[in-house]
Design a protein around this ligand. Structure first.
Ligand SMILES: Cc1cc2nc3c(=O)[nH]c(=O)nc-3n(C[C@H](O)[C@H](O)[C@H](O)COP(=O)(O)O)c2cc1C
Length: 501
């Protein structure tokens, strides 16, 4: 086989109108996974008292408050919705199907407040559970191939995924959603870290087996997806330059035909890193946007930054009130709103004044492109546009009202039809694999989820509706909207006016 296993997996997990019916199997409610991990023993550190507490001068209190807010904003419980059985708990980060495959762990080097050891974040009680007290920092450094950011930092987070939670519903295609979910979580962590005087140094490359062993994970069930060294910006020693976020894995081109049901585990295995391969030559950021179309309509989308309120109070409340929109009214959003959303998502460098991270960690944003199908934006012609982030403009590739087609492309979901704008993140998989090996598949989905989370937060703050969509007819999206065929669709974010009543 000449295509790598990541490309093969992508091809095999595409939804297609001719075969979609066979994917719609009845879910077994008896096998529905519980989205919370339990530990039988450990020491509990309750984070609740600090979540909404006012700042004090007590340094220990301030430390706990920062940590409590960081975890609560990132992945805390924010709502309970009644269901037939147990009420369903929703969190500050969205998750495909509300299945929450991600877990968060914290590793402490020991700092006088958090004893050295391994902690699990228990979202249900908003607490940290110390389940293994031991100095394991050098093991963490070794599993992280001695990443520069772990030298001076004293705590790190690790996010994992429990595959079955998402697989229960989405089967092999769950791998895509697991990494999109993780990307949304990273979006929250990045912003919540900045609000609490941390920089999140994100690592997507490490020795997978060693990292899983460090956390006592059974790799066949659960695996570490990212490690995040948390640099305490109040400590001068920890104001570190950016570290390397991505490491390459091999790209596997010789493999047998993989049966359905085994694609997810095969790709997980193939994307593991066992040795620190020589870094890929750094690519200097491109000065120009990937696509330019002669004679097309070009619309400037320059915008002032979104003002998040005094001390980012608007962002804080948005973490707690963010929800995925369940139905749009079909009414239009304004061009200024679309501009503001794009600005916040793609131009963090303009948010330093508001003390947000001007250069949050992504794995490789140069591999992702953005297309937007516009069905209802006041002041903008309907059609499909390429978003050129450097030029800050939209470049029209098709002009047409695509509402009916979007309904079909999003597997018949009304969200696609009634949204005012539908954002598509795409990537050239061949190029991505050439750069980072099969591991690139993880990076692309996490980066798309991360961008998606910034879109989510900005949309909710602007009183718009927003929802991710990870189920779509892959190839038909390109054909119908005119997106170049080399661009594999990674993720969709719908934006619109929420239906009321
Ligand atoms: C990766 C991803 C894919 C999603 N796909 C869909 C989708 O196809 N259709 C949909 O209605 N909602 C989708 N959602 C929204 C989830 O259903 C929603 O996040 C979940 O029910 C939790 O609710 P909340 O976002 O309001 O907290 C998706 C969310 C994520 C993060």
């Amino acid at each position: 086989m000449s295509e790598s296993i990541a490309q093969y997996y992508h091809e095999r997990t595409k939804y297609d109108p001719r075969t979609i019916a066979s994917k719609n199997k009845a879910l077994d409610p008896n096998k529905q996974p519980i989205p919370f991990k339990e530990y039988k023993i450990g020491q509990i550190f309750d984070l609740k008292p600090y979540l909404s507490a006012q700042k004090t001068t007590d340094s220990d209190f301030v430390y706990w408050r920062r940590l409590s807010r960081l975890l609560g904003y990132s992945y805390g419980l924010t709502a309970k919705v009644p269901t037939m059985g147990q009420p369903m708990c929703l969190r500050s980060a969205p998750s495909a199907g509300g299945l929450y495959p991600a877990e968060i762990y914290l590793i402490s080097r020991g700092n006088g407040i958090l004893p050295p050891g391994l902690y699990h974040y228990q979202a249900q009680s908003h607490s940290l559970l110390l389940f293994w007290e031991s100095d394991m920092w050098s093991q963490l450094q070794s599993a992280g191939f001695w990443h520069s950011s772990l030298e001076n930092t004293r705590i790190a987070l690790a996010t994992s995924a429990i595959f079955y939670r998402s697989q229960w519903r989405y089967e092999d295609r769950a791998y895509r959603r697991i990494f999109l979910d993780t990307g949304h979580l990273l979006g929250n962590i990045e912003l919540a870290a900045a609000m609490n005087d941390y920089h999140a140094h994100v690592m997507g490359g490490f020795n997978d087996r060693a990292m899983n062993e460090l956390l006592y994970l059974d790799s066949s069930q659960e695996s570490v997806m990212t490690v995040i060294a948390l640099a305490d910006l109040l400590d001068i020693q920890q104001n570190l330059p950016p570290g390397i976020t991505s490491l390459p894995s091999p790209s596997l081109t010789v493999y047998p035909e993989i049966p359905e049901g085994e694609l997810l585990s095969a790709l997980q295995k193939a994307t593991e890193i066992t040795e620190n391969l020589p870094p890929i030559a750094a690519t200097s950021p491109s000065e120009t946007d990937k696509y330019n179309f002669p004679f097309c309509l070009k619309v400037s989308v320059s915008s002032p930054p979104i003002y998040w309120g005094e001390k980012l109070s608007g962002l804080e409340t948005t973490f707690f009130k963010r929800r995925s929109c369940r139905a749009y009214s079909g009414d239009s959003l304004s061009l200024d709103q679309l501009k503001a959303l794009l600005h916040f998502t793609y131009h963090p460098e303009d948010y330093l004044d508001q003390e947000l991270d001007r250069s949050p960690d992504y794995f490789d944003l140069s591999l992702l492109e953005t297309f937007i199908a516009v069905s209802g934006v006041d002041g903008l012609e309907e059609g499909c546009y390429y978003y050129a982030p450097r030029a800050r403009e939209l470049r029209q590739i098709r002009f047409k009202n695509f509402r009916a087609e979007l309904h079909f492309l999003c597997l018949g979901q009304d969200l696609g039809r009634d949204a005012g704008a539908v954002v598509f993140h795409t990537a050239d998989l061949k190029k991505a694999v050439a750069r980072w090996g099969d591991r690139s598949y993880r990076y692309l989905h996490m980066d798309a989820g991360h961008l998606g989370q910034r879109l989510n937060l900005a949309a909710v703050y602007l009183n718009l509706g927003v929802s991710g969509i990870a189920g779509f007819f892959d190839d038909q999206v390109n054909e119908v909207l005119g997106i170049p065929a080399d661009e594999a669709v990674i993720y969709i974010t719908t934006l619109g006016r929420p239906r009321t009543g």
